[in-house]
Ligand binder design. Structure first.
Ligand SMILES: [Zn+2]
Length: 311
């Protein structure tokens, strides 16, 4: 068990269920809407956290009516299948998430894992830390961007915010003053876009759209405290990391690291590579920066080698 309370109230009927280990990957927070339709947003927290929250609020795991998934990632769809088996709840996701949630092999396609070596590394990581996500999931239906999901008194407003993944969706909680930011996660690590369905430009646009909404509270999937103080500044700093990574990569190209693979082995984005599969994610992210830097005429690629045009 964690040394912090499993849940905190965000507002009446709305509770943040904190993942274990400070909600760091492969854990994530979930949101419990204790309303007419007992709803969980995401299912990545250890079920013990969810069960103890339900118990504290006078419910049983069997009472769960619905799970709404923010995107197809393993640390978010998480235990949806396990919880569904216990409660027979319905599972909803964005139409673009459906294939990746339902089928493990489609999840690998969305991630962009093609080579056997990377696949073996990924399966090794899943076996060690996320064994439950290797099965196929049942999805009962989709939500639509902008169309409120009513839980009774509480409404969840889906805000499709692609970039981290193509299906990534934030949720306004009873309006847009409090937003579940999901994997616009405001962690020190910064934005993550290591899948084939990730998109650097769309990620930046999605963060900017959240900034423009000027929410009062942002709830990250990977921070156990909601962010209120300095939220705008934190979102802006998070957005600024794209530029910083661009500049770091340009700097390293100037030093002679002239392929994505060489850059990935420094590494640039991960402070360290905790598992071999992360080299693949690091390389995918660096490649997205390279494409951006080529478009901006800062670098060119000739015969597979990166060359600096301007710093
Ligand atoms: Zn994610």
């Amino acid at each position: 068990m964690s040394d912090y309370p499993a849940h905190i109230e965000i507002e009446p009927h709305v509770h943040l269920v904190r993942g274990e280990n400070e909600a760091r990957f492969p854990e994530a927070n979930t949101l419990l809407i204790d309303d007419e339709i007992l709803t969980l947003v995401d299912a990545g927290s250890n079920p013990n956290q969810v069960f103890s929250t339900l118990k504290d609020l006078g419910h049983q795991p069997e009472d769960l009516d619905r799970i709404v998934l923010t995107h197809y990632h393993a640390d978010h769809k998480g235990y949806a299948n396990v919880l569904r088996q216990i409660s027979d709840c319905e599972v909803l996701c964005h139409p673009l998430a459906q294939d990746g949630v339902m089928s493990f092999s489609n999840m690998l396609k969305f991630i962009g894992i093609h080579s056997q070596v990377v696949k073996d590394h990924w399966l090794n990581l899943l076996d060690a830390r996320l064994p439950h996500v290797k099965e196929d999931y049942i999805v009962d239906g989709n939500f639509q961007d902008g169309k409120a999901i009513s839980c009774g008194e509480v409404e969840l407003i889906p805000l499709h915010s692609p970039g981290h993944t193509h299906d990534h969706t934030c949720f306004g909680i009873n309006g847009l003053e409090k937003i579940l930011l999901v994997d616009i996660d405001l962690t020190d690590f910064g934005p993550w876009y290591g899948n084939v369905v990730s998109d650097l430009e769309r990620f930046k646009e999605s963060i900017q759209r959240i900034i423009d909404l000027q929410p009062e509270m942002g709830i990250s999937s990977h921070l156990i405290e909601p962010v209120t103080v300095g939220l705008q500044e934190q979102l802006k700093s998070y957005l600024a990391l794209f530029q910083r990574r661009d500049d770091d990569i340009v700097q390293r190209i100037a030093e002679g690291y002239d392929t994505a693979k060489k850059l990935a082995h420094i590494p640039i984005i991960y402070p360290r590579i905790p598992h071999p599969v992360y080299y693949a994610f690091e390389e995918v992210m660096i490649e997205k920066h390279i494409e951006h830097l080529i478009k901006e005429d800062r670098i060119i690629r000739e015969n597979g080698q990166l060359l600096l045009l301007r710093t």
